[in-house]
Design a protein around this ligand. Structure first.
Ligand code: NAD
Ligand code: WQD
Length: 344
């Protein structure tokens, strides 16, 4: 019996694979490697000392996906696979809708065919839109402001409809806040293609000398220092939340959404200061205009996850900065570096 991890070679997927393997689960990974490298999975194996199967399969290819279920005894699915860049989704909405929604429909159809009805799904705090209510509980009004966010909202609805049609389905929808940081080994981490659009990889790439300076988007928000406030959560805490959600879907049927965050907000400047303090590196920055679509403050009400999953984040922003820096400083070019060395 194995847990299928879609998108398992990506940032959060690879961290969750480590936690699953360390907890004794057998896993099968599916990824089309669109936004990740197989090197991450080699390192998951290195960290855990455990072997597992990897299929380079696109969720859009239902026939190939079917074979994964045919040849393996899958008991539950953790579904990370999807495109996630907000800006890109505005320019390429059809690609985002097709990849994220058709990919999920294919997965659900194959799961249904093989009688696999337990799923943990990666949603996002982006489904809360721009209301600005804090801390945000799971029953806050939902509203997406870009195609990426709408794919998450639509998939949440699809999964609820699936459960209505067959109450034996058991689905945990996890709404992540702002995942940052890396496994303490420094061997796996976030490796964005091109210039990062998210704050933490931008900071680490400035600190490592790949980028000149950080632009801080907005200095006049109604926050303690005028910069945007977010609920940053360590990738390892987040990964552990998936194991708790897996326990829940294995134990009982239903469909429920859970916020995964720390419940605390930190400003851009606080994160920069914490990073400089714990790494000893300086992060030059300049203020720039607010980024379109950004809100001032966003952090989670995490009481439901604590109450119903028995999960709470343990790591603070200093751990996130230390671990994020360990990954970036020992892999200045991400996973690419090792591949280049191997070719020489
Ligand atoms: P990631 O891009 O590192 O990982 C996603 C993986 O899915 C990649 O390895 C990619 O190659 C794969 N993939 C994409 N489309 C696929 C398809 N059609 N078939 C097979 N594989 C496919 O992203 P991540 O940061 O690890 O995010 C994982 C999930 O969590 C995503 O669904 C994302 O939307 C969601 N999420 C991420 C964040 C964040 O800030 N990182 C926040 C909230 C939600
Ligand atoms: C954080 C703060 C920026 C970059 C995004 C997605 C969301 C979710 C998580 C997937 C904000 C500021 C950023 C920079 C900056 N992903 N910033 N300079 O926007 O909260 O959330 O990632 O589901 O859907 O929208 O995260 O890391 O981009 O920004 O000043 O170069 O850092 O304005 O205040 P965000 P982020």
């Amino acid at each position: 019996m194995a847990v299928l991890v879609t998108g398992g070679s990506g940032y959060i997927g690879s961290h969750t694979c480590v936690e699953l393997l360390n907890a004794g689960y057998d896993i099968v990974v599916v990824d089309n490697l669109h936004n990740s490298r197989v090197e991450s999975l080699r390192r998951v194996r290195e960290i855990t000392g455990r072997a597992f199967k990897f299929y380079e399969v696109d969720l859009l290819d239902q026939e190939e996906l079917d074979k994964v279920f045919l040849y393996n005894h899958i008991e539950a699915v953790i579904h990370f696979a999807g495109l996630k860049a907000v800006g890109e989704s505005v320019h390429l909405p059809l690609w985002y809708y097709h990849n994220n929604i058709t990919g999920t429909l294919n997965l659900c159809k194959v799961m249904q065919k093989y009688g696999v009805k337990r799923m943990v799904f990666s949603s996002s705090a982006t489904v809360y839109g721009t209301s600005g209510q804090v801390p945000i509980p799971e029953d806050a009004p939902l509203q997406a402001t870009n195609p990426y966010g709408r794919t998450k909202l639509m998939i949440e609805e699809i999964l609820r409809d699936l459960h209505t049609s067959d109450p034996l389905w058991s689905i945990a929808i996890l709404r992540y806040f702002n995942p940052i940081g890396s496994h303490e080994s420094g061997r796996i981490g976030e490796d964005p293609n091109g210039i990062p659009s998210n704050l933490m990889p931008y900071i680490t790439q400035v600190a490592v000398g790949r980028l000149k300076e950080l632009q801080v988007f907005g200095s006049d928000y109604p926050t303690m220092d005028g910069t945007g406030v977010r609920d940053y959560i360590h990738a390892v805490d987040l990964a552990k939340g998936h194991l708790k959600a897996l326990d829940k879907v294995m134990a009982e049927s239903g469909v429920d959404a859970y916020n995964l965050g720390t419940g605390r907000g930190h400003s851009v400047l606080e994160l920069v200061a914490a990073f400089e303090r714990v790494t000893g590196r300086s992060v030059p920055y300049k203020f720039a205009a607010r980024r379109a679509g950004d809100i001032a403050v966003c952090y989670a009400d995490v009481s439901k996850a604590k109450r119903e999953l028995g999960w709470a984040a343990e790591k603070g922003i200093e751990d996130m900065c230390i671990d994020g820096w360990r990954w970036q400083s020992s892999n200045p070019n991400g996973y690419q570096q090792e591949i280049e060395i191997a070719v020489k």
